[in-house]
Design a protein around this ligand. Structure first.
Ligand SMILES: Nc1ncnc2c1ncn2[C@@H]1O[C@@H]2COP(=O)(O)O[C@H]2[C@H]1O
Length: 329
């Protein structure tokens, strides 16, 4: 009899222990699921004319200061905004020279590179990454020793060798120097046959996807977005992709012939439906989509936001980045 009680007691202790173990494991698992992988500090968020706020996004693994700058339309004004917001507690120069480990340039349009050019005299030695055509444009038209000093390590005139110009081969994963991240480049169509680039950045087993300017496949008569969605769909399905930075430049009223290689809310949703079809129904529910390159005037930006809100039938977690305000992915 006494032994029977003892047996029950041991069993219930074991049972409680097992239950606790399962609960703790589940909690740890869900925390791991929610833990952020990347931090983002937007230095500039708009498309178009506001030269103090053009496309540039700092991305780093969480809890590091090893940022890569995705496009570099505005650099200095964005760093100053981030310092005002207490995102950074060091000087503008220190953020520029020490925190930014390199630049990933999607295409050579000035609203994506002017910050890099203007800040280059004050910058430190680091790598600029771009695909071949984009790199050649930067070498021949900007860092050519005529329109601007050649701060690169190749190209016309006298290369000052501050920047290492690293050409990216499409689809090839390469390390981002002085960070734990890697990058793989994919081509985008931005007024066919002019190309732009998407960067798939990896840290550990998580990813962030940044798209430079792009038109929809239907208007561009291209399959580049389709190929990109096909490549990243497994990462969406496995919940390894933490977010997509993608542009919406114009409201739906913009006629196709005046899109100039950009997306509207209609076209964004159409493209993301292609991604959902490939990744599986419901996979984009609560998925982070960071909307970039909204073009002034302000009334258009308001309209784009309204249209995306009413058309968001995928349950996307739509994020509007703000200059100098940090967020996590
Ligand atoms: N054919 C065109 N006519 C008028 N504006 C144009 C034309 N092509 C390009 N643009 C503008 O030039 C800008 C270059 O940067 P974006 O691609 O952001 O947006 C583009 C349009 O606003």
């Amino acid at each position: 009899m006494k032994f029977a009680f003892l047996k029950i007691d041991i069993m219930s202790h074991f049972g409680r222990f097992l239950l606790c173990f399962i609960l703790i494991s589940l909690n740890a698992f869900s925390q791991k699921e929610q833990k952020s992988s990347f931090q983002v500090v937007p230095l500039g968020i708009k498309g178009g004319i506001d030269e103090k706020n053009l496309s540039a996004y700092l991305l780093a693994p969480t809890d590091t200061k090893d940022f890569i700058c995705l496009d570099a339309g505005t650099v200095n004004a964005g760093i100053e905004k981030a310092i005002q917001n207490k995102v950074f507690k060091v000087s503008t120069s220190e953020v520029l020279r020490k925190y930014i480990k390199g630049y990933l340039i999607s295409h050579a349009h000035l609203d994506h590179v002017s910050g890099l050019i203007i800040n280059s005299p004050a910058d430190s030695s680091k790598t600029v990454y771009a695909t071949q055509k984009c790199m050649e444009m930067m070498e021949n038209h900007y860092f050519n020793d005529q329109t601007w000093a050649n701060f690169g390590d190749k190209g016309p005139g006298f290369p000052l060798k501050k920047y290492h110009f690293q050409t990216l081969n499409l689809g090839e994963e390469i390390p981002l120097s002085h960070t734990s991240m890697t990058v793989k480049a994919f081509p985008l169509s931005h007024v066919n046959p002019f190309e732009s680039t998407a960067f798939l950045v990896k840290n550990g087993d998580t990813y962030a996807l940044y798209l430079g300017d792009t038109g929809p496949d239907a208007v561009e008569k291209s399959d580049k977005l389709n190929a990109l969605w096909t490549a990243v769909a497994p990462l969406v399905k496995n919940k390894q992709l933490k977010g997509i930075f993608i542009e919406v430049s114009f409201p739906n009223e913009q006629p196709d012939q005046f899109l100039f290689g950009h997306l509207t809310p209609n076209y964004l949703m159409k493209e993301l439906h292609v991604l959902e079809d490939l990744a599986g129904k419901g996979t984009l529910n609560n998925f982070k989509v960071i909307i970039t390159h909204l073009k002034p005037p302000a009334k258009n930006i308001i309209k784009i936001k309204e249209q995306l809100k009413t058309q968001n039938d995928l349950g996307l977690n739509i994020i509007y980045p703000e200059q100098g305000k940090k967020f996590e992915l």
